[in-house]
Design a protein around this ligand. Structure first.
Ligand code: NAD
Length: 260
């Protein structure tokens, strides 16, 4: 039997990158998904690709109401909610703290923490009651930057540490009803956006350089693609992970063996 047969999943940031790969893998394993993203073009593509298995809602993760609407839609369309995947995120492009002006520092903080941290709080809050009814679970996309320095600049690294704190406290508070876990991808070839206040302070890196840099940093020498991470999400979402909560699966080519 398919691993996620009949599961109803709410996922943020499914229009691109890791969220899109997870959506595809979950549909293949029998799930139906409700996807919130701010990219209309990406959502239209998703709908074309997956038809009735996916319903899309355009919105911003910083807005609690967008999550509440998505959860309501999921329950209306599929009768229940089994899994919430908090995934939509943005990057700081490794901007260096010392070179950024105080104004840009503060704007960057507001924008990045609103999306990466408040976005996860909002989604968890909007899903909790429905997940309680099904004995469901949450999965947070975190990052190696949630453990080590140099997986981003201070904004991204601090936000990823905050996501892990949120995940651990929720795993503690929501047990025994809801499991809460995380997947920590290492550097992955996606279009992860650098927020606008920091763009003047970062170098643009072409894909070839990015690929070489990712490969050279992890012991398995993999330039990871989004699809490389889906196995971890499938496991955590499924009933095979019944005894797992408060855990983080690193999917990083072995970065955790030696740090970044
Ligand atoms: P991506 O840009 O390909 O996907 C992010 C998605 O989130 C996009 O579809 C985007 O439209 C959406 N999004 C961004 N801001 C939003 C908002 N305010 N409201 C609604 N949707 C919004 O990037 P990705 O690399 O797939 O990133 C997904 C997650 O993976 C993020 O949490 C990121 O921090 C994490 N991650 C990425 C890497 C990497 O190297 N790419 C490594 C570790 C962790």
């Amino acid at each position: 039997m398919a691993q996620l047969s009949g599961k109803s999943v709410y996922l943020t940031g499914g229009a691109s990158g890791i969220g899109k790969a997870v959506t595809e893998a979950f549909v293949k394993e029998g799930a139906v998904l409700t996807v919130l993203d701010k990219s209309i073009a990406g959502l239209n593509q998703l709908k074309q690709q997956f038809g009735d298995s996916v319903q899309c809602i355009e919105g911003d993760v910083t807005n609690y109401q967008a999550h509440a609407d998505a959860v309501r839609l999921a329950v209306e369309a599929y009768g229940k909610l089994d899994v919430f995947v908090a995934n939509a995120g943005v990057f700081d492009g490794f901007a260096k703290f010392q070179t950024v002006t105080p104004e840009a520092m503060s704007n960057a903080y507001d924008i990045l923490f609103d999306i990466n941290v408040k976005g996860y709080f909002n989604g968890a809050k909007a899903s909790v009651e429905e997940l309680k009814k099904t004995g469901g679970n949450m999965i947070f996309t975190v990052s190696g930057a949630g453990f080590y320095p140099d997986g981003g600049g201070v904004w991204y690294t601090a936000s990823k540490h905050a996501q892990i704190g949120l995940m651990r406290q929720l795993a503690f508070e929501l047990a025994p009803d809801i499991r809460v876990n995380a997947v920590a991808p290492g550097g992955t070839l996606t279009a992860l956006n650098v927020i606008s206040p920091l763009q003047p302070f970062v170098k643009t890196v072409d894909n070839e350089t990015k690929e070489k840099s990712i490969k050279s940093r992890n012991p398995l020498r993999i330039a990871m693609s989004s699809e490389d991470h889906v196995g971890a999400y499938l496991l955590l979402a499924s009933d095979n992970a019944r005894a797992i909560t408060g855990e983080i699966i690193s999917s990083d080519g072995g970065l955790s063996v030696r740090g970044l």
